[in-house]
Design a protein around this ligand. Structure first.
Ligand SMILES: C[S@@+](CC[C@H](N)C(=O)[O-])C[C@H]1O[C@@H](n2cnc3c(N)ncnc32)[C@H](O)[C@@H]1O
Length: 217
């Protein structure tokens, strides 16, 4: 049987030097920073299009018992959902739920928000520019005051990261981190929510995941 595309995509994480391997290390470090800033407090986390959950699960493997997390990982591909659940069991973590669902609709986050940490990794390269702007504008529905949003996006021309950062500012976020290595095309950003949280709008569609090849001219 052929391996589903978004399962195979994760293999690059296991190749030292690959852009995904490098990106993961940065994303995990930023996750650990947010968790460390909340030591002793429960941190609610949501991850959109979570894949195999390598970022959050990997970061949690390296934190102490004073880090307490309640997380919702939303992923559509059943094999990735299984892989994430297996990794959670293997790492003996508690408080993490993985749902097989469309992360593009608001309803799936009911009960899990407002979150203190929102992961939007591997999403902005796979949805339209209009959906990126709309999703960022909707993040106040998912964020508690002071929440950190960790996001990624490539810089292939035309580089959309300046617009993305502007959209975060317009939505009430402060840019905390922007890592853009000279020798690669990936970027990792962390934005801190300074605005007023909004209630979840039932039925709202934040984005439609189309995949990067559908977006490449
Ligand atoms: C580029 S990968 C990123 C995975 C993970 N966030 C990471 O950075 O390692 C995109 C993931 O989105 C999943 N996906 C695609 N459409 C989705 C949807 N509508 N809702 C939730 N997940 C979706 C794919 O199966 C894939 O695992």
């Amino acid at each position: 049987m052929t391996e589903p595309r978004w399962v195979g995509w994760h293999r690059a994480y296991d190749e030292p030097g690959s852009f995904l391997h490098r990106r993961l290390a940065i994303v995990q470090e930023e996750i650990r920073e947010v968790l460390a800033s909340r030591r002793g407090e429960l941190t609610r986390v949501v991850s959109m299009c979570a894949g195999q959950g390598r970022d959050l699960i990997g970061a949690l493997r390296a934190t102490g018992p004073d880090v307490s997390v309640e997380a919702l990982l939303v992923e559509l591909e059943p094999e990735n959902v299984e892989a994430a659940r297996a990794a959670i069991t293997e790492a003996d973590l508690s408080g993490i739920t993985v749902v097989e669902a469309d992360a593009g609709v608001a309803d799936v986050y009911a009960g899990a928000v407002p979150a203190d940490l929102v992961l939007v990794c591997g999403v902005f390269g796979n949805i339209s520019d209009a959906d990126i702007e709309h999703t960022i504008g909707s993040l106040p529905q998912l964020c508690a005051p002071g929440a950190g949003v960790v996001w990624t996006r490539h810089r292939r021309p035309p580089d959309l990261t300046p617009a993305i950062r502007e959209w975060f500012t317009e939505a009430g976020f402060r840019q905390e981190v922007f890592v853009a290595p000279d020798d690669s095309f990936f970027t990792v950003g962390v934005a801190r929510f300074q605005g007023t949280p909004r209630s979840l709008e039932p039925g709202e569609r934040f984005f439609t995941f189309v995949g990067f090849d559908a977006l490449t001219p």
